[in-house]
Structure formats: structure tokens, C-alpha cells
Ligand binder design. Structure first.
Ligand SMILES: Nc1ncnc2c1ncn2[C@@H]1O[C@H](COP(=O)(O)OP(=O)(O)O)[C@@H](O)[C@H]1O
Ligand SMILES: [Mg+2]
Length: 261
């Protein structure tokens, strides 16, 4: 039996939770409210690839890419040498809803941009951050869905890249994605959140879906640490039982301390 090849997320505990890591060449959705740590997780995944000498692409759809890379330095991650050596291709692209509508299913603008930047070289890992920006204001969901499907097909079948789609979900929402169909297009979904417990904000992360894998469905807590990035800690339930008896309950709140990098 041919086993599916696995790709590390850059976080060994998360690899275990996923049943061995992402499946090579597939697309995954990282969902969470703003400030949850999605961009950091994505950069950690790319950094893991770069350390293995794999060509990586980071597409920023709403933030200046320079700001993201400079922000990464606060975590002790220096991506610039990889940019200079040509192993890492970070770039920004703005696709307005009108363009998506205009080009519809035939649109190759996005694909062309990736091809142009990478000059047709093979790419191992790709991050689109956030895809929710792809269709800001789009009324005709059909086009966005078709567009996204086409982009994913290209990334999986032509590039054979392992892809992370980052998506913002409104604070307090129980939805997994902005449009409601990204999770069906993806082979797996990781949900990141922020919860208040005893007057403190606790970061949580869990695997919501993982095709063809024995996944760990536990909700874990995590921290963001300089030099390491995302560090997964004890299960959320263990933390809850430790604080049992406390007067203060748990509820979802906005990350007031949110300072996107
Ligand atoms: N150098 C750092 N050390 C510790 N935490 C950081 C650092 N940089 C950013 N953070 C934390 O990460 C959060 C932002 O993470 P980010 O991945 O940008 O979120 P998202 O992409 O989900 O909006 C901030 O709210 C901040 O709490
Ligand atoms: Mg982000």
C-alpha cells in the first residue's frame, strides 16, 4: 500500500494531531478570528519548508508583505535571506470583487501572478493569507466559489504544492469560514480561537477535519513565543478542570490585545 506523503506543519505536536502532518499536495484551511495567530502558524509552516530547502510562496491579500516579514522578526524569524536567495517568494496581490466577477471561471489572473513570480519553478508550499479578502464585497458567490475552486485545482494539480488557505471568521462566530464553502474545498480544517478564562485570554487550537487521517480531536491551548512561534500546551479541558470552582466563567471575547504583525 502506498502511504500518503506527509508534510510537517513546523509544529511537531500539530503534526501528531493531524495524524502525521498535512498530506503533500493537498489544501488546508486555517480558520480563526483576527489575532488568533493564523499568519504566525502559516509563517511557521513556510519556515519549516525553507529550512528543508523547499521553494515557498506567501501571498498576502490584505497586508503589506514587507510588514508581515518585518513582524516575523519579532518572533526571531528572518525570512529576508530566503527572499534574496530566491527560495522564498512573498508577494501581495489585490483582487477586487469586480475583477473576480469580470473574469469569472476563466480568470487566470491569480494563477498568472504566481507563475510570473516563481517563473514557473516548482513550488512546495503556498499560503494565501487571507482568502476572505479575495471576495470582499462580492455579491455573486458563485463566481467566488468557482474562482477559488480553479485556484485550488491549479495549486494542487499543476504545482502539486501543499497549500494553506487562511480565513478570517467574525469574532464569536461558530462558522468555519467566511463564505461557508471553503471547508468543503479543503482536505482539512484547523480552527484557532481566543477564549477568556479567569480574566485571562487563552489561545486554543483544534483540528476540525482531516481527510484520510486518524486525527486527534482534542481542543488544545497554545502560546505564541518568540523564537518558537506557536507552542501547543495542555488540552483546554485540563485547564478548565484546574480552574474548576472558580467564580469566573468562560466566554468568547475579542482579542483586545490583538496586534497583528
Ligand atoms: N513577537 C511576538 N511574540 C508574542 N506574541 C506575538 C508576537 N507577535 C505577535 N504576537 C501575537 O500574535 C497575534 C497576531 O497573530 P497573527 O498570526 O497575526 O493573527 P491572525 O493572522 O490570526 O490575525 C497578536 O495578537 C499577538 O498577540
Ligand atoms: Mg493574519
Amino acid at each position: 500500500m502506498l502511504l500518503l506523503q506527509r508534510v510537517s506543519t513546523g509544529i511537531s505536536k500539530l503534526d501528531k494531531m493531524l495524524g502525521g502532518g498535512f498530506i503533500q499536495g493537498r489544501t488546508y484551511l486555517i480558520a480563526g478570528e483576527t489575532g488568533a495567530g493564523k499568519t504566525i502558524l502559516a509563517l511557521q509552516f513556510l519556515r519549516d519548508g525553507l529550512l528543508r530547502n523547499e521553494p515557498c510562496v506567501y501571498v498576502s491579500l490584505d497586508e503589506r508583505v514587507g510588514n508581515v516579514l518585518t513582524g516575523a522578526e519579532t518572533l526571531g524569524w528572518n525570512f529576508w535571506p530566503y527572499v534574496r536567495s530566491g527560495l522564498f517568494y512573498p508577494f501581495e496581490i489585490r483582487l477586487e470583487a469586480a475583477e473576480v466577477r469580470k473574469y469569472g471561471k476563466e480568470s487566470k489572473a491569480f494563477i498568472e501572478a504566481i507563475r510570473k513570480v516563481t517563473k514557473g519553478e516548482p513550488i512546495s508550499r503556498i499560503v494565501l493569507d487571507p482568502i476572505s479578502a479575495l471576495a470582499t464585497g462580492a455579491k455573486e458567490e458563485f463566481y467566488v466559489r468557482e474562482y477559488l475552486r480553479e485556484v485550488i485545482t491549479y495549486l494542487e494539480e499543476v504545482c502539486n504544492a501543499t497549500t494553506l488557505l487562511i480565513t478570517d471568521i467574525p469574532t464569536g462566530s461558530t462558522r468555519l469560514s467566511r463564505f461557508g464553502y471553503e471547508e468543503f474545498l479543503a482536505s482539512g480544517v484547523i480552527v484557532m480561537g481566543i477564549t477568556r478564562l479567569n480574566g485571562k485570554l487563552v489561545r486554543t487550537l483544534y483540528v476540525r477535519k482531516m481527510r484520510w487521517s486518524q486525527m486527534d480531536p482534542t481542543i488544545y491551548t497554545f502560546e505564541i513565543q518568540s523564537g518558537f512561534g506557536i507552542v501547543i500546551k495542555q488540552p483546554f479541558d485540563a485547564l478548565l478542570s484546574k480552574s474548576a470552582g472558580s467564580e469566573v466563567g468562560v466566554d468568547d471575547v475579542t482579542d483586545l490585545d490583538s496586534r497583528p504583525i
